[in-house]
Design a binder for this molecule. Structure first.
Ligand code: ERO
Length: 309
């Protein structure tokens, strides 16, 4: 039974990795991911300089997922470049997430990744919903076009984008048209959290997190249908690009659904946050069990083969 998958010519031991921001802020967490059964891993989205992020409480577990308004806390881009230098790329590929606060910051960080000759793969995060006063780039289609043009000319290697969820077919069409104009964008990670949800504590009649009057990104089981739709929408519209699925994954069935919808790799966020890196052992076993029952020997046999009625 072959759970391995190929991504940009690289064999991965499993089509599983963390979602950026989860279990990947500091070296101890990155080391744990490197030692885990995940087939790849990604660093926390970084800014030019270190950030404390938003005031706490800024993450809360919900019955079917999570709400977060972390505010982009990270150790600054150099910290992750230092990690990328030490990472064992024979063990598993490393993705490097960047979420600069300005276009210039993004260009500065990307230039330094370029100069570092690191084998890490750039995942440009265009979808952070939690930096007060900063609208998501990927919801501003002109800004999206500009940043892709700028990064494409500043960065000589293929890269990927981390997108927020879209909820309108016209938006899938328009964003895919923009992405397809950039052949250097050779993977798309769908989805980031569903921005600016709100949950309430009945006993205290209060919001659950401190930042932004309680508004935060929603993750976990709640977002699975939206995540699958975005994976499939971009899989259909961007045939020359690979899709990395993210959103709502907590079982082998969820992994199978993301792969069937068109994902090549599946990221785990909320469930990883709650259960830790051992989750990859369980997800691999559950996916293998499902493939066994269905008579699939490799992921290629069903990947992207979602049927319609
Ligand atoms: C990079 C910031 C992000 C954050 C954050 O640091 O608040 N939370 C998310 O759910 N998605 C993000 O992209």
């Amino acid at each position: 039974l072959d759970l391995s998958t190929f991504f940009l010519g690289r064999p991965l031991t499993a089509p599983l990795m963390n979602a950026s921001g989860v279990w990947c802020n500091v070296n101890s967490q990155l080391h744990a991911l490197a030692e885990s059964e995940a087939g790849a891993m990604v660093t926390k989205s970084c800014t030019l300089l270190r950030r404390d992020g938003n005031p706490e409480p800024r993450y809360h577990t919900l019955t079917m997922g999570s709400i977060n308004s972390m505010g982009l806390p990270n150790e600054g881009h150099q910290y992750y470049l230092d990690y990328a230098e030490r990472h064992d790329y024979e063990n598993k590929p490393l993705f490097f997430s960047v979420a600069g606060l300005t276009l210039d910051d993004n260009l500065t960080i990307v230039a330094q990744i370029q100069d570092a000759y690191t084998p890490a793969l750039l995942e440009l995060n265009l979808s952070c919903p939690n930096v007060p006063g900063k609208a998501q780039i990927a919801y501003d289609f002109d800004a999206l076009d500009v940043i892709l043009a700028e990064i494409s000319s500043a960065y000589s290697r293929p890269f990927g984008v981390k997108l927020p969820p879209y909820f309108d077919i016209a938006h899938f069409d328009e964003v895919a048209d923009i992405l397809n104009r950039y052949e250097k964008v050779n993977f798309i990670t769908c989805i980031n959290s569903i921005g600016n949800g709100l949950m309430i504590d009945m006993e205290s009649e209060t919001v659950l997190i401190k930042p932004k009057q309680g508004f935060g990104g929603i993750g976990g089981e709640y977002v699975l249908p939206t995540a699958l739709a975005n994976v499939n929408a971009f899989h259909q519209r961007c045939p020359k690009k690979s899709i990395i699925g993210c959103g709502g994954v907590n079982t082998g069935e969820h992994v199978f659904m993301h792969l069937l919808a068109g994902a090549s790799i599946v990221q785990v966020g909320t469930a990883l946050y709650e259960q830790g890196p051992d989750i990859f052992v369980r997800l691999k076993a559950e996916l293998a069990q499902i493939m066994q029952e269905k008579g699939y020997k490799t992921i290629r046999e069903f990947q992207g083969k979602l049927k319609t009625l």
